[in-house]
Design a protein. Structure first.
Length: 190
């Protein structure tokens, strides 16, 4: 079940470095792309960073709307993640990567951007406008305005993947290969 995540703990959804699916929408058009280069930036308000290449359809939609979402795919979605990362909407006659890659969208709660079904976490973001970073480095910053997680693997502000191997988040390496999040290793403060 999808549960809300306190915004003060939303950074924990990305803190372990998973690949994300970036969704965007503007003027009735939508897109989805994969992004291995993303990270949490701050606690409260929670901020994120993601690289969105200047040549992508996603960039056009994000620039027009001022919003984007990050959906955190799991092991079961590795092929779909590679697919959306390998196909440009600019090369599709209808620009519909959702349909082409079998990605099922659903409505977000606060922004007008679709989220991706089957993922294990979702962050709705408003762009923090930084023209120099966006133009020079393709780096977008966003303030998280809503966050959600699958309670089978995230609750009480913590990930817990034990018993749910197909729901482990994925981390892109290269050449269509990912690592899946591993076991928890605990250390106590002295």
């Amino acid at each position: 079940m999808r549960i809300p995540v306190e915004l003060s703990k939303a950074y924990r959804l990305l803190n372990h470095g998973p690949t994300v699916l970036v969704t965007s929408a503007a003027s009735g058009r939508t897109n989805v792309m994969a992004a291995a280069w993303n990270m949490a930036l701050d606690f409260m308000p929670c901020k994120v960073a993601v690289v969105i290449d200047k040549n992508t359809y996603t960039k056009q939609l994000v620039d027009e709307s001022g919003v984007f979402a990050l959906s955190v795919p799991c092991r079961a979605q590795a092929q779909a993640t590679v697919d959306v990362g390998s196909i440009s909407a600019n090369d599709l006659p209808d620009r519909d990567k959702f349909a082409k890659c079998g990605i099922i969208p659903f409505a977000s709660s606060l922004i007008d951007v679709p989220l991706v079904e089957g993922c294990v976490a979702w962050l709705e973001c408003r762009v923090i406008v930084e023209p120099r970073n966006q133009e020079r480095y393709d780096l977008y910053l966003g303030e998280v305005v809503a966050a959600w997680a699958d309670d089978r693997v995230f609750s009480d502000g913590r990930w817990h993947f034990e018993g749910f191997d197909e729901l482990r988040t994925i981390h892109y390496v290269a050449g269509g290969q990912f690592f899946a999040t591993g076991d928890v290793v605990e250390a106590t403060k002295k």
